[in-house]
Design a protein around this ligand. Sequence first.
Ligand SMILES: Cc1cc2nc3c(=O)[nH]c(=O)nc-3n(C[C@H](O)[C@H](O)[C@H](O)COP(=O)(O)OP(=O)(O)OC[C@H]3O[C@@H](n4cnc5c(N)ncnc54)[C@H](O)[C@@H]3O)c2cc1C
Length: 290
Amino acid sequence: MYPSNFAYAAPTSLADVLAQMQAAGDDGKLLAGGQSLIPMLKLRLAEPKTVIDLGKVQSLRGIRVDGNSIVIGAMTPYVDVLDSADVQRRCPLLVQTISQVGDPQVRSRGTVGGSIAHADPAGDLPAAAVALGAVVTATGPSGNHTYDAANFFQDVLTTALEPNEVVTSVSFSATDAPGTGTAYLKHRHPASGYAVVGIAAIVMVGADGNCQAARIGITGAGSHATRATSTEQALAGKPLDAQSVAAACANAADGVDLMGDSYASSDYRAHLIRVLSQRAVLQAAQNARR
Ligand SMILES: Cc1cc2nc3c(=O)[nH]c(=O)nc-3n(C[C@H](O)[C@H](O)[C@H](O)COP(=O)(O)OP(=O)(O)OC[C@H]3O[C@@H](n4cnc5c(N)ncnc54)[C@H](O)[C@@H]3O)c2cc1C
């Protein structure tokens, strides 16, 4: 299929983007890497009158370290995150997660801001974002806003962004403290490669070898990415052996608004959450001890 006709704008500054969005009103749509938007345009699931391409706004690209955070510009493509020595060293969960997104073409064009703003319930990055306690920065007609990832993803393709807000950057906490390990495990849909369930785990191992604290992000299973808070609490202070971790992960699907479809029922998704959480926690603990 072909998209409906639309006007195309390619502003070079954030101020121009905001002006274009204001002019377009409800009929404008931002274009980042296009890996989700262009299929939606072709299927006419989106029919904007104006497409505003962020590709020439250099200020939205790049990765910088700010204290204990890695701040990634919205228009930074996945591949730049994978190639960043700072990210590899200080926030390996992003590498573990993004390396499992799509294929090299998708990782070359798709962007961090596009993935976060799109809020695909099966997107990989949102799981890492909630586990890492990411902070999303956006700007719009009413100024700058920051959103905690925990409250940012609200429903299928729905975020807390206000109308006409642009995500400008996403800040992720570093996890390079001694004794901290991370892992991302995903059950890929055999046709699309998207996450049927994806689990991002961060485990802090104490001097006694027990779990000091854990953070677990879930994607794919429900309408939006969420944390497995009851499992996180159950892991704290417990040994990181297979039996204790399995017991703590038995309730990992609690509170997830499980979805079901022709490939995976809601019961099967709950099962995948439990199994992948166990494996991801054990792998993260192993990575912490290296
Ligand atoms: C073949 C294929 C396989 C894929 N497999 C996976 C996978 O396994 N896992 C996965 O997670 N994803 C997968 N994707 C999707 C990919 O991750 C997309 O890149 C991502 O979902 C959107 O990023 P984008 O930069 O392409 O955004 P776009 O497609 O350009 O935009 C997506 C949406 O976000 C909005 N938007 C973009 N940038 C901003 C911004 N800065 N501020 C506000 N709104 C903005 C747009 O208006 C649009 O509504 C796949 C895509 C394809 C084509």
